[in-house]
Design a binder for this molecule. Sequence first.
Ligand code: FAD
Ligand code: EPU
Length: 338
Amino acid sequence: MELNIQSNISLKPFNTFGIEEKTNYLIEVNDNETLTEIFKQGLFTKNFFVLGAGSNVLFTKPFDGYIIRMTSKGIQSKVESDDVYVTAKAGEIWNDFVWHCIRNNYAGIENMALIPGTVGASPVQNIGAYGTELMYVFHSCEAFDTQLGTFKIFKKEDCDFSYRDSIFKTAHKGRFIITEVTYKLSLTPQINTSYGAIEAELLKENITTPSIADIATIVSKIRVEKLPDPSTVGNAGSFFKNPVIDADTFERLLGLYPTIPHYPMPGQQTKLAAGWLIEQCGWKGKDYGQAGVWKNQALVLINRQHASGQEIYDLSVQIINDVQDKFGITLEREVNLL
Ligand code: FAD
Ligand code: EPU
């Protein structure tokens, strides 16, 4: 098999920040044979990076190596009584997949409508939004081992899922390429309106018994109001994770800031809203050269037009320092830096 290796390629169309950097080489992967061929040619021993839709990455310099871009397509489903196992190839666009499921009345991912990116990336940071996370519907995935050249199945219990985290970001970082994901969905919807903003919209629109399509439509509406559209304003969603802190730290902060937004987590921990912390430091809506902080959501850093990745990175350092000084909390980046 011959590989189609493109050289000296601009990455601008392949990252939602719209950063202009180049890669030496780019290979599009439509099928598993291509991965086996890349392995045979020894290219996984060189510097490489797997890219889906580039909606959670920040390129801060030219990429010196091989970008492996996942573009494989295909969806299959198997019904077993009330459950449906839906398998999608890594390059399927997540939101298209969500709506494919909704059209077929497969319930469980409607609250995650309009999250940008691909199916293949969905387990990597255990994507989540509006009251749910991928781990609740993940069944298994197939992944290519770039060290051994073999395919392996990961079951849910193998993945170490937690808030914005999985084994693909920790112990196995950079080693496995997810080729397809199987989700366990349901033919009997369990409507989840636990996120306050969804309840408020349902009331406003006078919807008393929402369908899964209603939920996806409402979530999409809320998202469009809060988050910038990457096709007009470059961004990668939340730049930082919401910090999860222990009980003592929380008590200290609550004493100082009685209105601090917070959410209970397992193990006596508390999740704080990083957007609130950043807003309190005065960053919301602020420009920083060609970079900036989004006016409607302080957790989102933006490329105002011609920002370099380095400029956005520098802004993130300023924000981390300010939040550290004011609250004694160290923000962690959600976005993958390159
Ligand atoms: P990329 O950005 O291309 O890659 C992300 C990481 O996954 C990289 O480390 C990459 O190497 C790895 N990766 C990608 N594909 C594979 C693969 N097939 N196998 C192995 N590793 C792979 N995220 C949320 O969780 N919730 C949200 O609500 C949310 N909202 C967002 C809103 C906006 C406007 C934007 C721009 C982003 C948002 N994000 C959100 C972040 C982003 O949508 C997710 O992280 C998404 O899963 C990234 O998918 P991607 O295909 O673009 O991955
Ligand atoms: N807030 C502020 N100011 C801001 C932004 C937020 O005060 O500028 C406070 C408000 O109190 C608000 C609370 O933060 O009620 C929560 O805000 P929001 O509902 O917008 O959610 P978030 O915690 O900022 C998280 C995810 C998003 C996800 C939404 C909805 C993380 C890092 N981010 O944001 O995911 O869409 O919840 O579930 O967990 C992403 O990961 O890229 C992403 C966009």
